[in-house]
Design a binder for this molecule. Structure first.
Ligand SMILES: Nc1ncnc2c1ncn2[C@@H]1O[C@H](COP(=O)(O)OP(=O)(O)O)[C@@H](O)[C@H]1O
Ligand SMILES: [Mg+2]
Length: 178
């Protein structure tokens, strides 16, 4: 059975006198299809562990693997549902969901829109496609985030990797920072 695994993983933040050992020779396996729960007091390293599995952080020592392959960085095959929202607040739910595939040049906007509406219907959010994230409950936001990062969309390789985002995408990326 496929697994995510930690083998003798240590994680140290900082160096010298400021070094803080957060994980020390930690080993476990997460089996696909099983619910795994990580419990511990605040600051014990739960988020750090998830960040290492996601590839957002690198282990100081030891191996982090998925199906035996080393985790070197973030990947579409490992989705993280964050505690805080990961939706762009200035875009509608539909625009949030179509943003990834269109910015990566995977799909035309029309095809991305059709697929997004079908995925949103599956999670009961079709009627909220035109609403903004602030109008959704926390649970609805998490579902929208899952759809926005649905592997079915993202497993397709970009048609033109390295192509800069089109102007309409650039204006949307910067809209919220103005
Ligand atoms: N990027 C970082 N740089 C320095 N220290 C960090 C960093 N991330 C987390 N830490 C420290 O690592 C410890 C574990 O943090 P974290 O994994 O977020 O804990 P938990 O999620 O269990 O509450 C905390 O003491 C935190 O301050
Ligand atoms: Mg945490």
């Amino acid at each position: 059975m496929a697994t995510m695994a930690f083998r003798d993983v240590s994680k140290v933040f900082g160096t010298g006198a400021r070094a803080r050992v957060v994980l020390e020779e930690c080993s476990f396996e997460v089996t696909r299809g099983k619910l795994n729960v990580l419990i511990g007091p605040s600051g014990c390293g739960k988020t750090t562990t998830v960040n290492l599995l996601a590839g957002y952080e690198r282990a100081t020592r030891g191996d982090v693997t998925l199906d035996g392959q080393p985790v070197h960085g973030p990947s579409w095959t490992r989705l993280v549902v964050f505690q805080e929202t990961a939706l762009f607040p200035w875009m509608t739910v539909l625009d949030n969901v179509t943003f990834g595939p269109t910015v990566r040049g995977m799909m035309a906007r029309r095809a991305a829109r059709d697929q997004a509406l079908s995925l949103l219907e599956k999670v009961g959010l079709k009627d909220f496609a035109g609403r903004y994230p602030a109008h959704l409950s926390g649970g609805m936001q998490r579902r929208a985030e899952l759809v926005a990062r649905a592997p079915a969309q993202l497993h397709r390789p970009p048609r033109r990797p390295g192509r800069p985002p089109p102007p309409w995408v650039r204006s949307r990326l910067t809209a919220g920072t103005r």
